[in-house]
Design a protein around this ligand. Structure first.
Ligand code: ADP
Length: 323
């Protein structure tokens, strides 16, 4: 293998730049030429493929987002789109591709490999930590620290005004950010999509907390909770109970940006090295994952076939500690 390309695809996450830097520099270290594909698979189809060198990734390890930009691309879901993309890669002599993204991006990579025999390795980049085959995804640690800091700040106001605050964090299908940020921020209640929300039980628990002398209460809500968004749950609380004036903060895209934590920078750096070394060793159709502190290459399909199991014990920890 002489030439490889790297791209970021799907939702951005903090640490993707550190991952790009690692891929580019590992390629150069090993004597390969390396190209960057702009705007995910869209750039592959539109031939937005640019040569990169060690200096083109200088000064980005500490920056959120992705210097190559990211996008969602409908055309790549069709065989014609992927054929065009493969033709462009061949034109540049590119034999291997590292895709930094979520499981949607991995589906695309798998198809590119199967239909056009282009070697592909995935690196998990998403704040949701909802990809199988790895214990951590690039960006999750930063997002959960951002959510925790936000909860800390909200706690100051909640405590000063004896208020209930609902804090909505990201996580369409996964309550992982909610439960980690909730424990770290000392939340009284945590509502996640993995567990059915029982509103009467929530109200009872808030009453108990008040009776025990708690003057402020924080309820962390994952955006995909079955009872609705934080704003709907706060409205139902007002309708069904004596609690009045609960405040709602939706963290939204605040959690996607920002300078990556040391954990995410090191994770992305290690994964980038493992991805390029994997390509050089002849692997394809694989993803880099971390298990027990070790980098492993696993089939891409593990990302969607072996979903991470939500650790319900974390909810128990939160319950015990909010006594
Ligand atoms: P993520 O990678 O963060 O999960 P998406 O699900 O939006 O994000 O996927 C990113 C891109 O990957 C899509 O815009 C599309 O171009 C490509 N993709 C997703 N699913 C498939 C699929 N089943 N087949 C081919 N390409 C896909």
């Amino acid at each position: 293998m002489k030439r490889i390309a790297v791209l970021t695809s799907g939702g951005d996450s903090p640490g993707m730049n550190a991952g790009l830097r690692a891929v580019v520099r590992t390629a150069i270290y090993n004597g390969l030429e390396v190209f960057g594909v702009k705007r995910g698979y869209q750039g592959m189809i539109d031939d937005k493929i640019i040569p990169m060198d060690a200096r083109s990734v200088s000064g980005i390890i500490n920056r959120g987002g992705t210097i190559l930009h990211s996008a969602r691309c409908k055309a790549f879901r069709e065989p014609e789109g992927r054929a065009q993309a493969a033709e462009n890669l061949r034109k540049h002599g590119i034999e291997g591709v590292v895709v930094i993204g979520g499981d949607g991006s991995y589906h695309g990579a798998q198809a590119l490999f199967e239909e056009h025999q282009i070697a592909v390795i995935g690196m998990p980049g998403t704040i949701d930590n909802d990809i199988g085959g790895t214990e951590y995804t690039i960006g999750f640690d930063t997002a959960m620290n951002t959510a925790m800091e936000a909860i800390d700040r909200i706690r100051d106001t909640a405590a000063s005004h004896d208020r209930i605050f609902f804090v909505e964090v990201m996580g369409r299908t996964s309550g992982y950010i909610a439960v980690i940020a909730g424990i770290a921020g000392g939340a009284e209640e945590i509502l996640v999509p993995e567990r059915k929300t029982d509103l009467p039980a929530l109200i009872e628990s808030l009453r108990e907390a008040r009776e025990k002398g708690k003057s402020s209460m924080i309820v962390v809500v994952a955006e995909g909770d079955d009872a609705g968004h934080a704003i709907d749950i706060a409205a139902k609380l007002e309708e069904l109970s004596e609690f009045r004036g609960a405040k709602v903060t939706v963290l939204g895209h605040l959690q996607r940006g920002g300078s990556p934590t040391a954990f995410d920078r090191v994770l992305a750096s290690r994964m980038g090295v493992a991805a390029v070394e994997g390509l050089i060793q002849g692997h394809s159709g694989k993803m880099v994952g971390i298990t027990n502190q070790h980098m492993m290459l696993r089939p891409l399909s593990e990302a969607w076939e072996c979903p991470q199991h939500f650790d319900f014990n974390l909810l128990r920890v939160a319950r015990v500690l909010s006594v």
